[in-house]
Design a protein around this ligand. Structure first.
Ligand code: BGP
Length: 489
């Protein structure tokens, strides 16, 4: 009988997580092409819809207006926080925190500017070589996401993004190029960020403009199938080219509770969890779960598969399962009034009266993280990695320049405590990369004011500021968490 593991494993990978399109800037420098993320056009607050992402507003017409210059594309998506020029300073701060690992993504369009180019852009490849060298100089392992809400715009214009099978070939050429280029520097990879989001916003997740689709749902799930196949091929290539690397999938985990013990609510929550874990089922088990047959039939979705697709999915499953966790969701069969808390991510969601709510309506549930870690480990028996967790909040800069963020420390402490409990429960947890260790651009709001960082960045929602970096109170706290391997919280 193995003894219960007390505390975090010695090799636990503590760090922070970012995404190129929210971090780098330099959107048109170094030979980089335009991407879907560069099309998040400015939408004045008063005109914003309740959708979780402005990318859902993207239409063919809006893209043309941006390309023609008629429509000013939105700061700061294009500009991030200028990591492109400041990466040495930022990585030195991550090293001061004691990071073991740093999650980042590559701008696909920095390496293949149009997406369908035959040859890569050397300047783009060299930039990431320089970043990885800087990380490794400080003893920090890169954890690289190949596609994080960024599809080269050329693939949208030529193929309408991932809805076309041709994009599989372009993605696998990109994956093979970077595996070969960085095989001695990068040992942790992820194929797609939050692969489930393509069925919420096809433009965000796959550069697909839905007004060009005859049938929106059919298009979303066909695009998703292409990403599943591409992910399996990338997994095969990664194992061949970098035998000592680990490649995983990544899910926006939506742990969902029933609003009552009414069996109707129980069933609604069960279905919501099934529909969320469907994505990791395919990545980790290598096949579509049976409950999806009913969903496809009831929604007139007929996937077009090529010979060998099912075999690819089955043979090349992921080495580990990573996910983002921010909140839990509660659903009722007959909700009285909707729930803005989850940004309408799940139909029928209602407020959970037992949970606090963030400034952006996300319901804070540390115990839910333990629940979901146990549920996912029971389901897959594969190593898990929390690659996003954090609290987006308004921070106040005091007269002396300090930023006191006890609310962020409290949020993170409580989630890390639950991670420790899950490890005691027997969960194999590889690591934890807090989202946005340095303030960066919010995905859903395209703003800076929704801040996550241990490091404050002097930049406001309209791009004004010095971009100066400074340490918040949570910086010293997280540094101590890492130094004590999660003992001093
Ligand atoms: C996840 C994305 C991240 C990040 C995070 C925080 O869905 O993978 O890129 O954006 O959400 O959300 P937001 O930035 O909207 O606060």
């Amino acid at each position: 009988m193995s003894s219960v593991i007390q505390g975090f494993p010695k090799n636990f990978l503590w760090g922070g997580a970012t995404a190129a399109n929210q971090l780098e800037g330099g959107y048109n420098e170094g030979g980089k092409g335009l991407s879907s993320a560069d099309m998040i056009a400015y939408i004045p607050k008063e005109q914003r819809s309740k959708e979780i992402s402005h990318a859902m507003e993207i239409t063919s017409e809006r893209i043309e207006k941006i390309l023609s210059g008629e429509f000013e594309a939105r700061f700061p998506k294009r500009d991030g926080i200028d990591f492109y020029h400041r990466y040495k300073e930022d990585i030195a701060l991550f090293a001061e925190l004691g990071f073991k690992v740093f999650r980042m993504s590559l701008h696909w369009s920095r390496i293949f500017p149009n997406g369908y180019d035959e040859q890569p852009n050397e300047e783009g490849l060299q930039f990431y070589d320089d970043v990885f060298d800087e990380l490794l100089k400080h003893g920090i392992q890169p954890l690289v996401t190949l596609s994080h809400y960024e599809t080269p715009l050329g693939l949208t214009q030529k193929y309408n993004g991932w809805v076309s099978r041709e994009v599989v070939e372009h993605y696998t050429r990109y994956a093979e190029t970077v595996f070969r280029r960085y095989k001695d520097k990068v040992k942790y990879w992820l194929t797609f960020n939050e692969i489930n989001v393509i069925t919420i916003s096809a433009f965000t997740g796959g550069g697909v403009v839905v007004d060009r689709l005859d049938n929106k749902l059919q298009g979303m799930y066909q695009a998703l199938h292409h990403q599943f196949v591409a992910s399996s091929i990338a997994t095969k290539l990664c194992h061949e080219i970098i035998p000592d690397a680990k490649i995983g999938c990544m899910l926006a985990r939506m742990e969902t509770y029933p609003n009552s013990c009414n069996p109707e609510d129980i069933r609604k929550a069960q279905l919501a969890n099934q529909m969320n874990l469907f994505f990791t089922d395919v990545h980790a088990r290598g096949e579509y779960p049976k409950f999806m047959d009913r969903y496809f039939e009831e929604n007139n979705i007929v996937l077009h598969k090529e010979d060998g697709d099912d075999e690819l999915l089955k043979q090349y499953t992921v080495d580990y399962i990573s996910f983002s966790y921010y909140m839990s969701i509660t659903v009722a069969e007959n909700p009285e009034g909707g729930n803005e808390a989850a940004g309408n991510l799940v139909a029928g969601s209602v407020m959970n009266p037992y949970l606090e709510t963030s400034d952006w309506g996300w319901q804070i549930d540390p115990i839910g993280l333990r629940v979901t870690l146990n549920a996912m480990y029971d389901r897959y028996q594969k190593p898990l990695f929390i690659v996003e967790n954090g609290l987006g909040a308004y921070d106040k800069v005091e007269a002396d320049g300090s930023v006191h963020d006890p609310y962020r420390i409290d949020y993170l402490r409580k989630h890390i405590e639950q991670m420790k409990e899950a490890i005691k429960d027997g969960v194999d947890l590889m690591g934890y990369t807090a989202w946005g260790p340095i303030d960066l651009v919010s995905m859903s709001t395209s703003e800076m004011s929704k801040r996550y960082g241990f490091i404050y960045v002097d930049q406001d929602d309209d791009g004004n500021g010095t971009l100066a970096r400074s340490r918040k109170d949570s910086f010293a706290w997280y540094k101590q968490v890492i130094a004590s391997n999660g003992e001093q919280l």
